[in-house]
Design a protein around this ligand. Structure first.
Ligand code: F6P
Length: 550
């Protein structure tokens, strides 16, 4: 069917039904929803693998959920999902399959891209990564001067940084504690400088992570790292082989850079950058946690893949989370979504989700290239919860914006903490539960008055409540649970892109800035005349040159 023949999302009967339903719900109150249904908390809870999901504190009824599922069915979410798992080229603007799910499929699975089963290749790379990781971890892999590697520096950006950096923090309790791991992404020289200033090059391994191996930030940092290494070792190019490995789809560029192709760990164009960290891009993480833990993490991903692929709509967690986001974004005008982990180890989790969600669904034309007439991806933000409580939670509680929240917490701490620190865990989790409760149910003026508060302060101390949240709990943040959590969000993002009828797998929006930076750079360095600079940018360039004394 051509674009003209296909009906637009906002003209579908299912969309109209949801708009009408939203009007009918009016000022629905969570307090009333809970009072009217004592079983609500139980009924609105899902279990997926090790994840316990409570979605009862949402401004929805059975009818809302039914209508949302009808919208998903009409938009063809399950058909697109099956096409993705099958290896169809659903990334239409780049004509590519979208097969991060094949990266965690068991060896017995068969997934075809262009009539070739890609699973054996995935497992061959995993085996190569495992062998290399064990050599580095055990000290068998030696640097150029014969010393063992003590520090791994991952150089990459976007999906080639955020995934491994986030997962390294998340799984720190499982890492090789006698080694150090650092992550360099920013083209600001300060990033590499701070990462290597106290390191001994003889004991340092650089992992250059870049799908394309053309990304300017990564190649610039990798080149500087090579200079630092060779200068520090007083060695020639022959030292590179023992201190540099590459993770890439581009063997030619890797070789051009001077990295021995046998030190390259391959992946494929059907793995999107932001979906790549369970490919070779996870090598730094594998060195940190060991291959067995890495495989446990992959099994966690796979568990949720299978759930998403096979669970009926009423029990399908990624479908549910995706639809709840659509409910607020498209029918309540919510602009953002906060992800607030109550785990220090998940300090980079929301940053990782920002790329996953915003690079995937920050689109304004549909799959046929027509402007969309509806809101697409939200602004995703957040930091670990207790810190946020003393910063921006005020706005969540008493501000004027509708901001749905995901709380994530764990029953047990994973690290070997001193008893006193273990006891702090209950305090941490008490905060999570309290925040969800306060956001949902607030405090009425009468409740405030009953506390003897002076009348003029009552409005200031009243909490409207009715702020929706999902709470995700697991026993502990194990590698498998991390894999489950990430897959849950990956598929949630997929569901939303499918309903909005956008291509969630391209990222053309990052290209213009890259192009312009290349064009402007000679103006900064050589004072070259750059045609087509607008007056503001030209003025800034001139001021910059003056400030630099050029
Ligand atoms: O930001 C654009 C982008 O292409 C991301 O999608 C990707 O994760 C990142 O740049 C890094 O790309 P590469 O791995 O090719 O260096």
């Amino acid at each position: 069917m051509n674009a003209e023949g296909r009906s637009r999302l906002d003209q579908r009967a299912e969309w109209t039904a949801l708009s009408k339903h939203r009007e009918q719900l009016g000022e629905v109150r969570l307090r009333e929803l809970f009072e009217g249904d004592p079983a609500r908390a139980d009924r609105y809870t899902l279990r997926v693998g090790d994840l316990h999901l409570d979605y009862s504190k949402h401004l929805v009824t059975d009818e809302t959920l039914g209508l949302l599922r009808e919208l998903a069915a009409a938009a063809g979410v399950s058909e697109l999902r099956d096409a993705m798992f099958r290896g169809d080229k659903i990334n239409i603007t780049e004509n590519r399959a979208v097969l991060h799910t094949a990266l965690r499929a068991p060896g017995s699975a068969v997934v075809h891209v262009d009539r070739e089963n890609v699973v054996p290749g995935v497992h061959a790379v995993l085996t190569k990564m495992a062998t290399f990781s064990e050599r580095v971890r055990s000290g068998d892999w030696k640097g150029h001067t014969g010393r063992r590697i003590k520090t791994v520096v991952n150089i990459g950006i976007g999906g080639s940084d955020l995934g491994p950096a986030m997962a390294y923090e998340a799984l720190r309790a499982y890492t090789h504690r006698d080694m150090q791991f650092r992550f360099v992404s920013n083209v600001d020289g300060a990033d590499l400088h701070e990462a290597v200033r106290d390191l001994d090059p003889a004991e340092t391994l650089f992992v250059i992570a870049s799908k394309t191996f053309t990304t300017i930030e990564t190649i610039t940092n990798a080149t500087s790292a090579r200079d630092w290494l060779l200068t520090g070792l007083h060695a020639g190019e022959e030292a590179v082989a023992k201190h540099f490995v590459a993770l890439s789809t581009n063997a030619r560029k890797v070789a051009e850079f001077g990295i021995d192709p046998t030190n390259m760990f391959e992946f494929w164009d059907w793995v999107g950058g932001r979906y790549s960290f369970d490919s070779a891009i996870g090598l730094s993480l594998m060195i940190a946690i060991g291959q067995e833990r890495f495989r446990e993490m992959l099994a966690g991903f796979h568990l949720v893949d299978e759930h998403f692929r096979t669970a009926p709509p009423e029990e399908n967690a990624p479908l549910l989370l995706g639809l709840l986001g659509i409910w607020y974004g498209n029918f309540w005008d919510a602009q953002s979504h906060a992800v607030l982990p109550y785990s220090h180890y998940l300090s980079r989790f929301t940053a990782y989700l920002q790329q996953l969600d915003m690079e995937s669904n920050g689109k304004s034309v549909d799959r046929d290239g027509r402007p969309v007439g509806w809101q697409t991806g939200p602004v995703v933000w957040g930091t670990p919860g207790t810190n946020g409580q003393h910063a921006y939670y005020q706005l969540l509680h008493q501000g004027t914006k509708m901001i749905p929240v995901d709380f994530i917490g764990f029953a047990r701490p994973v690290a070997d903490l001193r008893p006193g620190l273990v006891a702090q865990h209950d305090l941490l989790m008490a905060n999570l539960f309290a925040q969800g409760q306060a956001l949902a149910f607030g405090k009425t003026p009468d409740e405030v008055r009953a506390e003897g508060v002076a009348e003029e302060l009552v409005p200031h101390k009243t909490f409207q409540g009715n702020h929706p949240s999902t709470t995700i709990l697991a026993t502990e943040l194990s590698p498998s649970v991390l894999g489950q959590l990430i897959a849950l969000y990956e598929h949630k993002v997929f569901v939303q892109g499918a309903v909005w009828n956008i291509d969630s797998f391209d990222q053309w929006g990052v290209e213009l800035g890259k192009l312009l930076a290349k064009r402007v750079e000679p103006a900064l360095t050589e004072g070259a005349e750059v045609a087509g600079l607008d007056a503001s940018t030209a003025g800034l360039v001139a001021t910059y040159r003056e400030m630099r004394g050029r």
